[in-house]
Design a protein around this ligand. Structure first.
Ligand SMILES: C[S@@+](CC[C@H](N)C(=O)[O-])C[C@H]1O[C@@H](n2cnc3c(N)ncnc32)[C@H](O)[C@@H]1O
Length: 281
């Protein structure tokens, strides 16, 4: 069982290229340190601000990727390049980031140049389901909250396996479905999927079967659903505060749907969140 709208994810590119609501939403994210992903909080007493909590999630992914000096790492769905920059500062590796948003490619390149990392960071417009790289091009890869956007995750994982060299590490941060799912829960999941261009979300077992069918072994799963859950509420509160700036060209219903869906997200127990790591071969 995989839910989410089917078809190509041109809606996702449109989303990240920036309609008015997303430009304002993006400015909030920028204040969160430019990470387009969830934060990680240790427990209820942890009052770390979002920019710290989102960097923590990147650090957990860096640990799971465990890169070695000189390696070439593929960043699948690189956003505006913040996680890649953090990885580059922590390890002497090269990163190639791909995204289906032209705007993000420009932002990521500019950010890397500004940070003095451009000699080790390349950002390209490319679809994870059809990667423009020869076989055996990379020593490691990560997908930080990008797999759920991809209509055919199986194909993206096949492509990932193709471009990785044997023994490469793969780290994934993604939403999964917690089962059993009530009818009301399924409706909430569908609504959220449609609002945010989520094309591919499934129970973790299906995910793991796909990884295994593409030759990934030594798979480890860490469920951090409770640690990231606060993100939706914080984001919805922040967007609510600038709701009027997000509305343009009569899209108020769309903006409100985005805020409501974000708020619903944290209170829909069917959504889980995992970090998965594996080795190819
Ligand atoms: C939630 S953002 C995460 C960005 C970044 N990993 C981060 O954590 O800041 C999702 C990213 O996945 C990218 N994406 C979605 N579908 C994709 C596809 N088919 N191929 C490549 N990238 C894709 C989006 O363009 C966006 O950069």
């Amino acid at each position: 069982m995989t839910v989410g709208p089917s078809g190509v994810n041109s809606d996702v590119a449109h989303f990240y290229n920036g309609s008015g609501k997303v430009r304002v939403a993006g400015r909030i994210r920028d204040r969160w340190g430019g990470n387009l992903h969830n934060g990680y909080w240790h427990d209820a007493d942890d009052d770390a601000p979002p920019e710290v909590a989102t960097d923590r999630l990147t650090d957990l992914m860096i640990e799971r990727l465990a890169p070695r000096p000189g390696q070439r790492v593929l960043d699948i769905g690189c956003g505006i390049g913040k996680p890649a920059a953090r990885l580059l500062r922590a390890h002497p590796v090269d990163v190639v980031g791909i995204t289906i948003s032209e705007r993000q490619v420009e932002q990521a390149r500019a950010g890397a140049a500004e940070a003095g990392l451009a000699d080790r960071a390349t950002f390209e417009y490319a679809d994870a389901m059809r990667m423009p790289f020869p076989d055996d091009s990379f020593d490691g890869a990560w997908a930080l909250e990008s797999m759920f956007h991809i209509p055919d995750r199986d194909r993206a994982l096949a492509e990932t396996a193709r471009v990785l060299r044997p023994d490469s590490r793969l780290a994934i941060a993604d939403f999964v479905l917690r089962t059993p799912i009530s009818e009301a829960g399924m409706r909430a999941v569908q609504r959220i999927c449609e609002t945010f261009g989520v094309h591919s979300i499934s129970p973790v077992d299906e995910y793991l079967a796909q990884l295994s069918s593409h030759g990934f072994t030594d798979v480890d799963v860490l469920d951090i659903s409770d640690n990231v859950a606060r993100t939706g509420t914080l984001l919805a509160d922040a967007w609510e505060a600038v709701r009027d700036q997000m509305v343009e060209n009569g899209n108020s219903a769309e903006v409100d749907a985005m805020i409501t869906a974000t708020r619903d997200f944290s209170s829909t127990p069917e959504f889980g969140y995992v970090l998965v790591s594996a080795t190819l071969g």
